[in-house]
Each structure stands twice: as structure tokens, then as C-alpha cells.
Design a protein around this ligand. Structure first.
Ligand SMILES: [Zn+2]
Length: 248
């Protein structure tokens, strides 16, 4: 039995993905019936752009471990976009936000990450700051030396130099750490094999993507498994039409 006979996309892939009460569902608030159908068509295009093994990203094992995979401790979240489906009205599935034309699909990919890999990301970020704070601290300490303190403006110069050395040392240290830990952890999202497939299919990170990808970390995933939806979306079109008719 259909979840909502009044809705023309009921029980579709989009309906299952949104998993909302009909009263709270944005599809319900659409004035034009064809908007809901367009949203479903667009969503199916998005699904068709995902590799078959996409759910591996949400698996029990860490996706960031290069070898010797550890158990998942949480998720690394990254927004990725795709130019398809062609975005005409700034509306894409479920979110109803205005987006730039270059993005037709937007997904908050959630990727299993272990404690060790997450700690590698955190340490890498911390190294830059620790070094900066350390050297500025040393410089401030030097300013208490009477010979330095006595010369006008010299303390400012010492602190500035401390800051510059701290910044450069922080860069060097994090580079060193990055090289050392690259044998353990993938630091760029597209080094992860499933994500490399996403990139091949045209997905890109919404933010700049340097050697180290910037992730948000979360205990809960921001997306759910989709491979089942991908499979049904590939099935012939009539099936949905047929289901709808059968309910009339
Ligand atoms: Zn790991």
C-alpha cells in the first residue's frame, strides 16, 4: 500500500531517501505537481552518478587507513558536488536551497574513520598552531631580558621574528608529519579508492581541495546507505507509473 496516495512520488527512491512524515516533507509544499516529479527525476540522476560500492564508505572499517584497516570510530563528512543534473531553478533534492549553477547534485558524503586516522588529522592541524604559540612564547620571554627590553621597538621586532619562525617551523613540522603519516592515513579524500571512483564520475569537493582535505568529524553519518536506491532507480521507468496506477 502506498504511503501517501495523494503524493505522486510516494514510495519512490526520493521518498525513501527523505524518510519524512508527509506533513513535514518539502514535496508536500510544492504547488506544482510536476515539481515533485522533476525532483524525483533529478534525484535519480544523482543516484546514477554514484559507484555501486558507494555504501563501503559507511562500512565498519576505516576508509582512511592505507593498510591494516582499523575499526570505525566515527565519520568524516565532506560535501561533494556534481554538475548534473542540469540545475535550472536552484533547487536540488530535499534541501530547497539556491545553489550555484555549477552544482546539480550535492551530497554530504560520510566516510568511516578510525580513532588513529582522525587523530592524525587533528595532530596535523594542531602542529601549525603549537609551533606558532611556542615561538611567540619564546620571543615574549626574550623581551624580559634587560638588554633587549632597553632598546626601543626591539621587543616588537623580536616578537615578530618569533611569529615568523613559528609559522615557518609549523609549516615544516606539519609537512614532515604529513609525509611520515601518509603511509598510515589517506589525507586527501580522492586517495580513498571509492572516492577516486566518485572523482572519475565527475564529483568534486565543494570547498578547495588541497593535499589535505578539510573534513568535519561526526559520530553520526550525514547520509545513509544508498546502493539499494541506486539499484531500483536503474529499473525501468514504467514500474513507478504502474505502481501509482495500481493504487488509483
Ligand atoms: Zn584509519
Amino acid at each position: 500500500m502506498a504511503k501517501n496516495e495523494k503524493c505522486n512520488i510516494t514510495d519512490s527512491e526520493l521518498c525513501k531517501w527523505l524518510e519524512k512524515e508527509c506533513a513535514d516533507c518539502f514535496i508536500n509544499s510544492m504547488k506544482d505537481k510536476s515539481d515533485a516529479e522533476n525532483a524525483l527525476e533529478n534525484f535519480k540522476v544523482t543516484l546514477s552518478l554514484l559507484p555501486e560500492n558507494i555504501d563501503d564508505l559507511l562500512g565498519e572499517d576505516c576508509c582512511f587507513c592505507v593498510e591494516d584497516k582499523q575499526k570505525r570510530n566515527g565519520y568524516a563528512i565532506i560535501d561533494m558536488g556534481h554538475s548534473e543534473p542540469e540545475n535550472k531553478r536552484g533547487m536540488f533534492f530535499g534541501l530547497g536551497k539556491k545553489v550555484r549553477q555549477r552544482i546539480g547534485s550535492l551530497m554530504p558524503f560520510s566516510i568511516s574513520i578510525c580513532r588513529r586516522c582522525k587523530s592524525n588529522f587533528k595532530k596535523l592541524e594542531a602542529l601549525k598552531w603549537v609551533s606558532l604559540v611556542l615561538f611567540i612564547g619564546i620571543a615574549v620571554g626574550l623581551c624580559f631580558i634587560p638588554e633587549i627590553n632597553a632598546v626601543p621597538a626591539l621587543p616588537y621586532g623580536v616578537i615578530l621574528i618569533g611569529g615568523i619562525i613559528g609559522y615557518i617551523a609549523g609549516k615544516a613540522l606539519s609537512q614532515f608529519f604529513l609525509n611520515a603519516k601518509s603511509r598510515q592515513t589517506y589525507f586527501n579524500v580522492f586517495e580513498i579508492p571509492v572516492c577516486a571512483q566518485l572523482q572519475e564520475k565527475g564529483w568534486f569537493t565543494v570547498q578547495d581541495n588541497n593535499r589535505v582535505t578539510h573534513f568535519l568529524f561526526s559520530k553520526k553519518p550525514m547520509m545513509k546507505k544508498v546502493s539499494e536506491l541506486c539499484k531500483t532507480a536503474k529499473e525501468p521507468q514504467e514500474q513507478i507509473a504502474h505502481t501509482t496506477n495500481a493504487e488509483d
